[in-house]
Design a protein around this ligand. Structure first.
Ligand code: NAD
Length: 493
């Protein structure tokens, strides 16, 4: 048995269980072969929450052994049974919702309201894929020559390595684990080293809910490059699903090339938020608050660049500054916090660099614009107006609560500006003319567009990017197919 961490009790629920802080290999939580542990920090205080296992290459290989031993049995488990286990995971996670949300707030720093939203979103992937597990339909056709029948069956692709970021430590894990299990694959989860406690809690909930030994394994490590390289070079592993930065995504695609591993990539974003003169300002502000401030801006879908038509521009800047300025900044765990801590000092440094670059090129600070003194890593909601072309903040994800606003006159100009990025994940369009908004949405180079709303994420919808924002889709039926191979059988009868 490994060490454990018991988060603070939440509300009047029975209370959290002791989260094992080792590595989940097969049916047990173990300490890493090298005996190392690493500290987990609380971004709201800069203090240490606890320590967790720090695995190495040998542990990664042990996880493949366990996933491999369980693979045939799980692939042969009837879809209905896999569905029931996933549904049990959904229910178990919702039962633990409140303390899980508090745990996310503690190790990630996000506001408790954001954390509650994340737990519900994360659990929904279990429910959605419980429903999908029994709908993995094949195809059947007569060959055009008439000579034979074409039979196509979707088989589990094999052992999957799932690598997740720190900004949604529960949802990014379940968005991968649930479709992998629904498809009949076993997996190894490699959580972000900043937030492994949430992943450990989710894995333990799944184990208790009846997921068989070896189907889900978890290896935390402070040396992800070495551990993931070893895993990706083992021929038993057939799938890589990664969510994180574009830079690390490129490195992993190179690693995966050596063994020709199927790769799904959910990478960085640089979302434009387009507001046309004919939009309803109150609706726009509601949407902008969600698109910018959910998770304090630490979201790949976060609006990074607000392009606002001249006729509504000044009112938009004033109202957005007023709303963002009224937000309560503080430790995520406090009930009234609306904008929690950033993940670490490096994050604050990056925001400060982007803001000072923008102001040195002529942007005006309308709100905030300066980090809050510690302890903890806080940056206040900030609005920059008249951000000039060439400013770094227009091409680099700020990943924080800073809205960069740029006026425009001509819709064609706005579309060109929106597309002037190597990224293509999410975009937002606001207009009172739905046909116009849809025409614009069709021309934005990205995987997802929110029209007259500030949120795109939905377990039932295909989530993913184009250009350097990624490859493949998560969520919906598309997310399931990423874990399947189409097996074609030519039949004569
Ligand atoms: P990151 O790329 O630094 O880390 C992501 C994961 O990759 C972590 O688990 C990390 O340990 C691991 N990693 C780092 N180097 C590695 C290596 N050489 N080999 C193997 N694994 C390695 O990203 P982050 O800072 O944790 O997350 C923020 C980024 O994630 C942002 O760019 C954000 O846009 C992106 N993101 C994208 C989505 C999406 O769905 N497209 C969702 C959330 C976050």
């Amino acid at each position: 048995m490994s060490n454990s961490y018991t988060p603070p009790a939440a509300g009047d629920r029975a209370g959290p269980f002791a989260i094992p802080t080792g590595l989940l290999i097969g049916d047990s939580w173990i300490e890493p072969a090298g005996g190392k542990r690493i500290d987990i920090l609380d971004p709201s205080t800069g203090g240490t929450l606890t320590s967790v296992a720090d695995g190495g290459v040998a542990d990664g290989i042990a996880a493949i052994d366990a996933a491999s031993a369980a693979a045939a049995g799980w692939a042969a488990t009837p879809p209905r049974k896999r569905a029931e286990i996933l549904l049990a995971c959904y229910r178990a996670m919702m039962d633990e919702q409140e303390w899980l949300a508090q745990l996310i707030s503690l190790e990630n720093g996000k506001a408790i309201s954001d954390a509650r939203g994340e737990v519900a979103y994360a659990a929904e992937f279990f429910r959605w894929y419980a429903e999908e597990a029994v709908r993995i339909n094949g195809e059947f056709a007569l060959s055009p020559s008439g000579a034979n029948r074409i039979l196509v069956q979707y088989q589990p692709i094999g052992i999957a390595l799932l690598i997740t970021p720190w900004n949604f430590p529960a949802a990014m894990a379940t968005r991968k684990i649930a479709p992998a299990l629904a498809a009949g694959c076993t997996c190894i989860l490699k959580p972000a080293e900043e937030t492994p406690l949430t992943a450990m809690a989710v894995a333990e909930i799944m184990r208790r809910a009846g997921v068989p030994a070896g189907v889900v394994n978890l290896v935390n490590t402070s040396d992800p490059a070495a551990v993931c390289r070893a895993i990706l070079h083992d021929p038993r592993v057939r799938k890589l699903s990664f969510t994180g930065s574009t830079e690390v995504g490129r490195l992993l695609l190179r690693e995966a090339a050596d063994t020709v591993i199927s790769s799904s990539m959910e990478l960085g974003g640089n979302a434009p938020f387009l507001v046309f003169d004919d939009a309803d300002l109150d609706d726009v502000i509601e949407g902008a608050m969600v698109a910018k401030m959910r998770n304090a801006g630490e979201a790949c879908t976060a609006a990074n660049r607000f392009y606002v038509q001249r006729g509504i521009h000044d009112r938009f800047v004033a109202k957005l500054s007023e709303r963002m300025g009224a937000m309560k900044v503080g430790p995520g765990i406090n009930g009234d916090t609306q904008c929690g801590a950033m993940i670490n000092q490096a994050s604050i440094d990056k925001i400060e660099w982007l803001v000072s670059d923008a102001t040195s090129r002529g942007a005006e600070i309308r709100l905030g614009g300066k980090a809050v003194d510690g302890p903890g890593y806080f940056y206040p909601p900030s609005v920059l107006a008249n951000v000039q072309p060439g400013s770094e903040i227009l091409s680099t994800e700020v990943f924080g609560p800073v809205a960069a606003v740029i006026p425009f006159d001509d819709p064609e100009e706005a579309i060109a500006l929106a597309n002037a990025t190597e990224y293509g994940l999410a975009a937002y369009v606001y207009s009172g003319d739905l046909a116009k908004a849809l025409r614009v949405a069709e021309r934005i180079e990205c995987g997802m567009v929110a029209v007259n709303r500030g949120l795109v994420s939905d377990a039932a919808a295909p989530f993913g990017g184009v250009k350097q924002s990624g490859l493949g889709r998560e969520g919906s039926h598309h997310g399931l197919i990423e874990y399947c191979e189409a097996k074609y059988i030519a039949v004569s009868w």
